[in-house]
Design a protein around this ligand. Structure first.
Ligand SMILES: C[S@@+](CC[C@H](N)C(=O)[O-])C[C@H]1O[C@@H](n2cnc3c(N)ncnc32)[C@H](O)[C@@H]1O
Length: 411
């Protein structure tokens, strides 16, 4: 494990000071068959392959819409929500008339110092598929760690934050003098924002395989290069352990839950925030051959084949209960994909969800579809084109579920 972090001078109002460059650096070393896409996929016409343009992003995220009419009432039960569990609210679809007054089926055609002397392989990167990947425990995580992927992770952070109504966590804990661990921290954005909102927390540690976290940190934040699938060697137990968006990263979920339990103080809290990325619609507008549905189905298959499932969200509550946690509580949020909802916050979440799919389709397919599923470059290109096209559709009311599980270690 490698720990690094800048201790940052802070101004009186806890704003970060950009003028002082700390020379503080701490380094502590602790420690894959083929499946082809459906023929319909390959026979579909597709758009030219190009990176998402600024105009595309702007189009996906523009929130202003014209007049709205009530949508059809959603039919059937809400996917993944057990009987008796309430959801935030039903999502009403917005309408998008064109100049000729007819509904528009698409979003529009314009869519279109961590390292210093630590020069070990840990801080190096691997390059393949035109992307950059982590080097430490190389190959154990299927997704890139480059700037584009970091941007996608930060878009997801915004989605989760807005889904929770501008909250970073739901666990009923006050953070004054407390120690917090963010497991698989990614860009470190959750840990950084937590530190800014809670300077009273004693320490916030984020760990990850990839050294992609900021060099400039609040004084109470540090980042560690560590493999969370190995035995944890934590100096002291934490008061709060946060695990978010770890699907596709973990092979042994019961072990992860156990290590969290073992590394919590008695009375400490755990929180899992995990998407169930099985895309669905409540009104039948999402066809099985929708390219986003095809993407997610095959991605789940690829991750299952390498032993790191992405469909764990509905199972986490039971794992947490089996481990002996108390006060276990699960909240499930039905979130949109696409800016079809009428409600402004849901429209925003849907727009960012579509954007992260468009931004992320290359990252999500590069290694899993070629190395694991054995798809050809041409098959992957057709899929990516289709995903980019289907992300713009407003006549498809695609949805996914976001699970938040909080629980307490017995006192
Ligand atoms: C999908 S990202 C989520 C990042 C962050 N939790 C968030 O919500 O923004 C998963 C992260 O887990 C990290 N990861 C995957 N396997 C890991 C492992 N065995 N040990 C530590 N980190 C790991 C990846 O490097 C990546 O940054």
């Amino acid at each position: 494990m490698i720990l690094w972090g800048y201790s940052e001078e802070q101004t009186g109002n806890n704003e970060m000071s950009a003028t002082k460059v700390p020379d503080y650096w701490t380094t502590i070393i602790k420690s894959k068959t083929c499946q082809n896409p459906p023929s319909s996929l390959l026979s579909s016409s597709h758009l030219p392959l190009s990176p998402t343009s600024t105009a595309e992003k702007a189009s996906l995220l523009t929130m202003t819409d014209s007049k709205t009419i009530p949508s059809k009432a959603p039919a059937g039960r809400t996917k993944g929500i057990p009987a008796g569990l309430s959801v935030e609210f039903r999502i009403e679809a917005d309408t998008f008339p064109t100049d000729d007054g007819n509904p528009s089926p698409t979003h529009g055609d314009e869519l279109s110092m961590c390292s210093t002397s630590v020069s070990s392989s840990v801080l190096a990167h691997e390059y393949k598929h035109g992307r950059r990947y982590h080097s430490y425990q190389g190959g154990s995580y299927l997704f890139p760690n480059d700037k584009e992927e970091q941007e996608r992770l930060n878009i997801n952070h915004h989605i989760y934050y807005r889904a929770l109504n501008n909250r970073l966590f739901l666990a009923p804990i006050t953070l004054a003098g407390k120690r917090v661990l963010d497991v698989g921290t990614g860009t470190g954005i959750w840990a950084m924002e937590l530190a800014h909102l809670h300077p009273e927390a004693e320490e916030i540690v984020g760990n990850d395989l990839s050294p992609i976290q900021p060099r400039w940190c609040p004084a109470n934040v540090s980042f560690i290069i560590d493999d969370i699938e190995k035995d944890w060697v934590e100096p002291r137990p934490y008061d709060f352990i946060h695990c978010r968006y770890l699907c596709g990263s973990i092979g042994d979920w019961p072990r992860l839950v156990r290590q969290c339990f073992e590394n919590l103080q008695p009375g400490g809290w755990i929180e899992f925030q995990e998407g169930d990325y099985t895309i669905y619609s409540e009104d039948g507008t999402l066809a099985p051959d929708n390219y986003i549905a095809v993407l997610m189905t095959h991605l789940a298959d690829a991750c299952r084949r390498v032993g790191k499932p992405i469909d764990m969200a509905p199972s986490i509550k039971a794992l947490v209960q089996a481990q002996g946690f108390q006060n276990v509580r699960e909240s499930i949020y039905n979130l949109p994909l696409g800016k079809w909802p009428k409600n402004p916050r849901m429209k925003e979440i849907g727009a960012f969800s579509a954007l992260q799919v468009v931004e992320g389709v290359d990252a999500l397919t590069a290694a899993p579809f070629s190395e694991v599923l054995g798809w050809s470059k041409e098959e992957i290109r057709v899929l990516k084109d289709g995903v980019r096209r289907d992300s713009k559709r407003r006549d498809v009311h695609a949805m996914w579920n976001f699970h938040v599980i909080t629980a307490q270690k017995p006192k």
